[in-house]
Design a protein around this ligand. Sequence first.
Ligand SMILES: Cc1cc2nc3c(=O)[nH]c(=O)nc-3n(C[C@H](O)[C@H](O)[C@H](O)COP(=O)(O)O)c2cc1C
Length: 329
Amino acid sequence: MIDLTTTYLGLHLKNPLVASSSPLTQKVETARQLEEAGVAAIVMPSLFEEQVIHESLKLDRDLTRGTDSFAEALTYLPDVGQYSIGPDAYVKSLQKVKSALKVPVFGSLNGVSTGAWIDYAQKIEQAGADALELNLYSMATDPDLTSAELEDQHITLVRHVKAHLQIPMAVKLSPFYTALPNFARQLVEAGADGLVLFNRFYQPDFDLEELEVVPNLVLSNSHDLRLPLRWIAILYGRVPGDFALTSGAHTGVDVIKSIMAGASVTTITSEFLQSGVKRLPEILDEITAWMTEHEYTSIAQMKGSMSQQAVAEPALFERANYMKVLSSY
Ligand SMILES: Cc1cc2nc3c(=O)[nH]c(=O)nc-3n(C[C@H](O)[C@H](O)[C@H](O)COP(=O)(O)O)c2cc1C
C-alpha cells in the first residue's frame, strides 16, 4: 500500500497535489471538478490590495459626492481587470466554494503594504477558509529603496496579517530576494507557517506598432521547476516551516522531485489549464507507479531526501553546479 498523505500548515492532506490560485479555483463548478479529480486542497484566486482600496475609494466617493478626489485617486491604482472581484464578492465566493467542497480551501491575499485592506484576512477566515496564502508580489524598482527596507516592509506585513488570524498562513514569494535563506527565516519568525516558492513573474512584452508595454501571460513548463526545486532543497531543514512548490510542476515525476527537495505539497495551475483537470488522476497514477517501481511506500519517506543537507554532493546546489554545468555542455 502506498501512502500518499502529507501534512501542510498543520492540515492532514490525502495527497500532495494542491490546485494553486487560478480561474479554476474561483468558481464552484471548476473547484468541484478539481475535487472530484482528486485534488487534496485548493487555493482561491487572490483578493488584491488594489481591489480593496478601489472599493473603499468608491464608498468614499458615494459618501462625499461632488468632489474630484475619487477620479484623481483612481489614477494612482492599476486597472485590476475582470479576473479580480471586489472584496465582498470575494468573501461570498469563498463561502460558496468552501460549502461545496470537502477538501480544505485556502483564501489568498495579494499585496505588499500594511493598511486597512489586511482586515480582509479576518474576513477570509470568517468565511471559512482553512488557511490563508499571502502573496507578496512586488517589484523593487525604486533606486532609493534598499533590500533591508523592502524586506522589513514585507516582514511587518506578515506579522500584521498573522496577528489578525487563527488559521495557518503561508507566504507566497518571488525569487528576487538577495539573501533568501535569511529572509525566509525572518518570515517564519514573523508568523508564516509555510512558504510557497516561487511566484511566477509574468514579464510584459513590447508592442512595437502601438509603442505600448503589454501584459503577456505565458504558462509554465517543466524547466521552470528547477528554480523552486533548488531553493526548496537549500532551505529544507535550515528554515523551519513547511514548503509548497509552485511553478513548473506538470508530471508525477515533477511532483516527486519537489517532495524529495523538501516540499510538503506541490501546487499546480498551468498543467490543468493546458491539458485539463483530467491530468490530476493521471499525475496521481504517475506518482504511485514511480513509487512502486522504486520501492517507496510513503510521501513522508521521500520528503527532503534530496535536499541539500541530505545529498552526497551538497556543493552541486551552489557554485559547483555552475562550473560543472558549463563544462558539461
Ligand atoms: C490565469 C492565472 C491566474 C492566476 N491567478 C493567481 C492569483 O490570483 N493569485 C496568485 O497568487 N497566483 C495566481 N496565479 C499563479 C498560480 O497560482 C501559480 O503560482 C503559477 O501559475 C505557477 O504555477 P504553474 O507552473 O503550476 O502554473 C495565476 C496563474 C494563472 C495562469
